[in-house]
Structure formats: C-alpha cells, structure tokens
Design a protein around this ligand. Structure first.
Ligand code: NDP
Length: 294
C-alpha cells in the first residue's frame, strides 16, 4: 500500500512556486493575494492565517482584510471592488462561509474573474466546463488531480467515482477528470446523498474520491481490493485521548480501508496541503498574466 504524501508533494510544488515568485519579483512583479475574512469563525480564521503565512513563506505579497460579522453587504462589495482595482493584488478570495446576511454569490460575482484564484466566479466555472486552459480551477479539485499525477496514478481509462457534488469539490473535480489529456480521460461517476446502492457504486471504482464532510463514512465495504482512495474530507471529531480533546479525520475510515488499497491519502497530510499550494500557484499564474509573462 502506497501512502500518498500530500505534504511532501505540496512542498515540492511550493518550492517551485518560491523560485517563480523570486523570478517575477526580479522583473518587478510580486504576486499579491488578498484574503477577506468576515466575522471570527475559528476555522475560517485558521485557514486565513495559513494562507497568509504561506504567501509570506513564498515571498509573495499578502493582504489580510478582516471585517466584523455585522459588516454590510455594500461595504464588503466596496472592498472587493477596491481590491479589483489594486494593481498589487492578483488574487482575491473571500473566506467561506460568510455570515448569513451576506449574499455569497453576489460577492463572488463582484470579484474580477481574472483575480478569482478560487475559481468560483461563473466565468471560471464556465471555462472549466468548456475545458478552456485559461480557467482558474478551484484549488481543492486541482490539488486532487495534481496528487494523482505526481503519484503516478493513471486516470486515463480509469473508472473514478467522485463521492460528493458540491461546487467547491465534487462537481469541478468530475469535470477535470473527464477532460481530455493528462490527469483526465477518466470515466467519471458522481455519487451523492440520493445515489442508490452507494457502497456498490463506490466499490466499482478504480479510484474513489470522497468529499462529503461525514467523518469516516467510507467503510471497508465501499472499496474494492487494489483501489486508489483520495480523501478530501476534513472533520473534527471529539477524542478524549487527544491533547485538546479532538482530532481531525477524513471522510474515509482510514484504518479499515487502507489495507485494501493500492494507494490512499492520509488526513491530515493528504489533500489539505495541496489545496493551499494550488491557491499559491493560481495567484502566481494570475500575476504572470497581468504582467504579460504568461
Ligand atoms: P458540501 O457539504 O458542500 O457537499 C457535500 C456533498 O456530499 C454533497 O454533494 C452531498 O450530497 C454529499 N453527501 C453528504 N452526505 C452524504 C451521504 N451520506 N451519502 C452520499 N453523499 C453525501 O461539502 P464540501 O464539498 O464543501 O466538502 C466536503 C468535505 O471536504 C468536507 O469534509 C470539507 O471539510 C472537505 N474539504 C476539504 C478541503 C481541503 O482542502 N482538503 C477543501 C474543501 C472541502 P447532496 O448534494 O445530495 O446533498
């Protein structure tokens, strides 16, 4: 069984990114990312912190904008427009989920699609569906695909079951994997909460990708011998033996499933580090495009 080391693969990608950032900076173009946080959700705050820290580690320019939970929609949109117009900023993301009174869709649609490094703007969603190479692809699906490529796992002709159909993970991932070319050419099945005989559908996969947000949901009977399993899930469960009383687990019951697999990702240390590496890579791509270097 091969343990797919997402942390090591992400480190390799980040070190390439660091070199590209140094080269761009030497030409007078430092990639800049702005992350907007509304409210003080602890998980969102932690994600924003790690994105900011990674930007700094790679030599990028990073702006963290923190707005109170009761900020008005108009103030938030005005900030996004300001960032759209800022030439030092090449990537903008508004950390999800915003408070209930904020219309997230309107926020995403206000981001300049050329700076939409999360790939959530309808223009980029359409480009991914069209197979347009100019698309900003959402970071988690892009990270999953890159993990497969870097781990030497052939997707061409493989049957891949994507468990989950969200706009952040499942749906764009299915589109990527069915595209023509490297990391694509798969036969893709998308399964979700209404899928009949879910375990049997999953068991038919050469590669099973779980993205449902249910701790350790994928059990041994969901996986056929010799399958590859990519676990996107990040779930915090209580664990009285852990230092702070809880720990992170994926959507896959790792201990039970791993012995059957040809390869599997751990949680943490699998898809998670790839997501942030892809965010940095997308921001660098945006900077190159604005500079006319891509
Ligand atoms: P969503 O809640 O948006 O979507 C969950 C999907 O799973 C839905 O399509 C839902 O089906 C499906 N689903 C839920 N329960 C079941 C079930 N019992 N059986 C079958 N399908 C089910 O989640 P996200 O896509 O945003 O996130 C999924 C997981 O990935 C989470 O654990 C999240 O934390 C993690 N994640 C990790 C990232 C990373 O960087 N590693 C980044 C983003 C997310 P239906 O549509 O029918 O309701």
């Amino acid at each position: 069984m091969q343990l797919i080391d997402g942390k090591a693969i992400a480190q390799k990608i980040n070190s390439e990114s660091r070199q590209t950032v140094a080269w761009l900076t030497a030409q007078g173009h430092t990639p800049g990312l702005a992350v907007v946080l509304v409210g003080d959700d602890p998980a969102s705050r932690a994600y924003v912190r790690s994105k900011d820290a990674m930007c700094k580690e790679l030599g990028m320019y990073s702006v963290k904008k923190e707005l109170p939970a009761d900020v008005s929609q108009e103030t938030l949109l005005a900030l996004v427009r300001e960032l759209n117009a800022d030439p030092a900023i090449h990537g903008i993301l508004v950390q999800s989920p915003p408070p209930a009174h904020i219309d997230e869709r309107a926020v995403v649609e206000t981001i300049d699609p050329r700076k939409d490094v999360d790939g959530f703007h309808p223009v980029n969603v359409a480009k991914v569906a069209l197979g347009d190479a100019d698309a900003f692809v959402p970071c988690t699906p892009l990270g999953c695909q890159r993990l497969l490529i870097e781990s030497g796992i052939e997707t061409c002709g493989a049957h891949i079951v994507v468990l989950g159909r969200s706009m952040i993970v499942g749906k764009p991932l299915a589109l990527l994997l069915m595209q023509k070319g490297k990391g694509g050419d798969a036969t893709v099945t998308v399964a979700h909460s209404r899928t009949r005989d879910l375990a049997a559908v999953c068991r038919s996969a050469d590669i099973l990708i779980a993205a449902i947000g249910k701790p350790q949901f994928v059990r041994e009977n969901f996986v056929r011998d010799g399958a590859v399993v990519i676990d996107v899930g990040i779930n915090r469960i209580s664990d009285p033996t852990a230092k702070n009383g809880s720990r992170l687990v994926g959507d896959v019951a790792f201990d039970e499933v791993a012995p059957k697999c040809r390869a599997i990702t751990p949680v943490p240390g699998g898809v998670g580090p790839m997501t942030i590496a892809m965010l940095m890579a997308n921001t660098i791509t945006s900077c190159k495009r604005f500079a006319g270097l891509a």
